[in-house]
Design a protein around this ligand. Structure first.
Ligand code: RP5
Length: 155
């Protein structure tokens, strides 16, 4: 007999058990663990605004397949904006944008061997080819990436 016929219905709570309702809206990714101190400012800003986010370390050069999978699945997983920080030849934001149509905000970072105070990363992120845009905030300004993400989300 069907639920309708017996008049007994499954508890809605148990039906939805395991479905995460507060899945992250913003993905924060960075090319190396060494980028964490700078990128934590983006996480902090989003948390203060009550915007759910996730933080991952993945390198466009060292783990290209991981980055491609993450970017390809991002929209399906409920992400709406991706913040990507990297230093040196900062390919991460551009590679994420190549594999996803979500808005990508790049954060150029300084690192131990940066050239011209991070200008290497700034140009790597900003100089994307036509049709594959990446927004670019100031050097080491991960907080602004979070503020921009909030504006994109209108939250
Ligand atoms: C970039 O190289 C990373 O984003 C980082 O800023 C820089 C140095 O990385 P590590 O050598 O510290 O891992 O890919």
């Amino acid at each position: 007999m069907s639920e309708q016929e017996t008049g007994t219905y499954a508890e809605p709570a148990s039906e939805f058990e395991g479905i995460k309702v507060d899945s992250p809206l913003v993905g924060i990714v960075m090319g190396s663990k060494s980028d964490m101190p700078a990128m934590e400012r983006a996480e902090q800003e989003l948390q203060e605004r009550g915007i759910s986010c996730e933080v991952r370390v993945m390198s466009a050069h060292r783990e290209p397949d991981v980055v491609a999978d993450y970017a390809k699945n991002a929209r399906l997983r409920g992400l709406r904006v991706i913040i990507a920080g990297a230093g040196l030849s900062a390919a991460l934001p551009g590679v994420v944008a190549a594999h996803s149509d979500l808005p990508v905000i790049g954060v150029p970072l300084t690192s131990r061997t940066s050239v011209a105070g991070g200008l290497d990363a700034l140009l790597s992120i900003a100089q994307m080819p036509p049709g594959v845009p990446v927004a670019c905030v100031g050097i080491d300004n991960a907080r602004n990436a979070a503020v921009l993400a909030a504006r994109i989300l209108s939250i």
